[in-house]
Design a protein around this ligand. Structure first.
Ligand code: GRF
Length: 190
């Protein structure tokens, strides 16, 4: 069996889609949802879908080896950041080199970097009068949003789209592509 560890901080619509996508797959499953937020809605979603979860604080994550050792024990084939807002520690990146991927709700390298998450991204896209936005699935390195791109997909924007409209379009793209791209990465197809 191949396994997926998901890290998420918020709503968890991507986590939910990923768990559901692999639910009946005999070879690949989500073994744990990790979150830095005790009350994040993603934890409720994981519980409802029967996936174990683990929460941690800054001390556990950065100054102890608790999460690193837990991950080493579980030994996931891939670590997926799905709306995870903290910087990933270098020691975990080094231990799982090439196996950590993130989804960013814009077409990197545009609209990436510190502070560019959630609605901030979509507001910036609208303010910049972009004709397109999209998603970028990329490898995780020690700098925010800078790892090699695995997959990008664009969506057209109209000049009346609000940031909320853009968010909806991006969530649709994420739902359509992210689980399948994760599967392809696990199966070494891309
Ligand atoms: C998504 O738009 C994702 O691209 C970004 O954070 C958002 C998380 O949404 N990294 P959700 O928690 O999966 O609903």
């Amino acid at each position: 069996m191949k396994s997926i560890a998901i890290f998420a901080s918020g709503t968890g619509s991507n986590a939910q889609n990923i768990i559901t996508y692999f639910k009946n797959n005999p070879d690949i499953y989500v073994n744990c949802v990790y979150s830095n937020k005790e009350n994040a809605p993603v934890l409720h979603k994981a519980q409802q879908l029967g996936v174990p979860s683990l929460t941690f604080n800054k001390e556990n994550f950065y100054n102890s080896d608790l999460i690193l050792e837990t991950l080493k024990n579980q030994n996931p084939n891939i670590i997926v950041l799905a709306g995870f807002l903290w910087k990933f520690p270098e020691k975990i990146i080094n231990a799982f080199s090439g196996k950590i991927i993130n989804i960013h709700p814009a077409l990197l390298p545009k609209f990436g970097g510190k502070g560019m998450y959630g609605m901030n991204v979509h507001k910036a896209v609208v303010a910049n009068k972009e004709t397109h936005s999209g998603i970028t699935i990329h490898h995780v390195t020690k700098n925010y949003d800078e790892g090699a791109t695995i997959f990008q997909e664009k969506v057209a924007l109209s000049d009346t789209d609000t940031a909320a409209d853009v968010a909806k379009k991006i969530h649709n793209l994420e739902a359509k592509h992210f689980p399948k791209i994760i599967e392809d990465v696990i199966l070494n197809k891309i």
